[in-house]
Design a protein around this ligand. Structure first.
Ligand code: AKG
Length: 279
């Protein structure tokens, strides 16, 4: 692990995000890659057809998604399934993501969650006592990795007060050709535009517009090498483009909320961190 540049906390406050190159060392990256391969091998895309996409205002994101709060669920790329419902990508190249409880259920992710760079990353984001609630692997497979449209993470992790921090860790180099993140420095000061809310009576979720502020017209590509950590604010608008390149762009994300924050009742994720993850 390389020490974080001295101005990262200031960058986070000013820009709404901060980039820490070399945060995660090579042997930890290798350990994570091995663990991810085990999950990919265990996932049967013929039998498990849950898809994750962000171009449909999150329609139909229900029971499988809710259950994934406490499990490790695979979600396919939309383009991995053709119009007849047939799989048209190789089984190890068709996942969009797996989540959302890797940190509870997989020792490699538990080790990562407890590691010094992760604690430091959350501290840079202002969380001295982070409560880790969600972990994911985002695959962005070559050729079919889907676009992630503009969003703010607080739309999907609704807490009161709103204090969630995301860590995005590159397992592979990410640049604008294979779908790196794009962010708009300073735009974390803009209001929350959408809320994904669940009606627990009908168990249906819906994305609701709550502010008409437009999405940023300009953004910066966050081009990083493997092992870098991007620390970002829950109101930071961010997106990533489809990956039409022949290179994958695997990343791990961890999200935590502040110790004094609680879920609002409509949030899809209702779980508390396990006691030992009250870091
Ligand atoms: O990795 C990506 O392409 C998008 C990740 C993202 O938007 C998120 O973690 O909130």
């Amino acid at each position: 692990m390389l020490s974080p540049p001295h101005d990262l906390a200031e960058r986070f406050r000013e820009d709404g995000f901060a980039v820490w190159p070399g945060a995660i060392d090579g042997s930890t990256l290798e350990e994570l890659r091995r663990a991810i391969n085990r999950h990919v091998e265990a996932h049967d895309p013929e039998a498990d057809r849950a898809v994750f996409r962000t171009d449909d205002r999150d329609a139909g994101r229900e029971e499988v998604f809710f259950a994934s709060a406490r499990s490790v669920q695979g979600f396919l790329e939309a383009e991995a399934v053709d119009a007849d419902g047939e799989l048209n990508a190789a089984p190890d190249r068709c996942l969009n993501k797996i989540g959302h409880a890797l940190h509870d259920l997989d020792p490699a992710f538990e080790d990562l969650a407890r590691s010094r760079p992760v604690r430091e990353g959350f501290a840079i984001g202002g969380l001295e006592r982070p409560r880790l609630v969600q972990s994911m692997v985002i695959f962005k497979p070559p050729g079919i990795g889907g676009e992630v449209r503009w969003h703010q993470d607080a739309s999907y992790l609704l807490t009161d007060p709103q204090r969630v921090v995301g860590l995005w860790i590159a397992l592979e180099d990410a640049d604008r050709t294979n779908g790196c993140l794009w962010m708009a420095p300073g735009a974390h000061r803009s209001p929350l535009r959408e809320r994904y809310e669940v009606d627990w009576g009908t168990r249906e979720g819906a994305l609701r517009d709550v502010d008409a502020t437009p999405w940023p017209s300009e953004a910066t590509p966050i081009e990083v090498s493997a092992g870098s950590m991007v620390i970002f604010h829950d109101h930071m608008p961010h997106r990533s483009e489809a990956n039409r390149s022949p290179r994958s762009r695997v990343a791990v994300t961890l999200h935590a909320h502040a110790a004094d924050a609680r879920w609002v009742p409509q949030n899809w994720l209702q779980r508390d961190p396990l006691p030992h993850f009250d870091l």
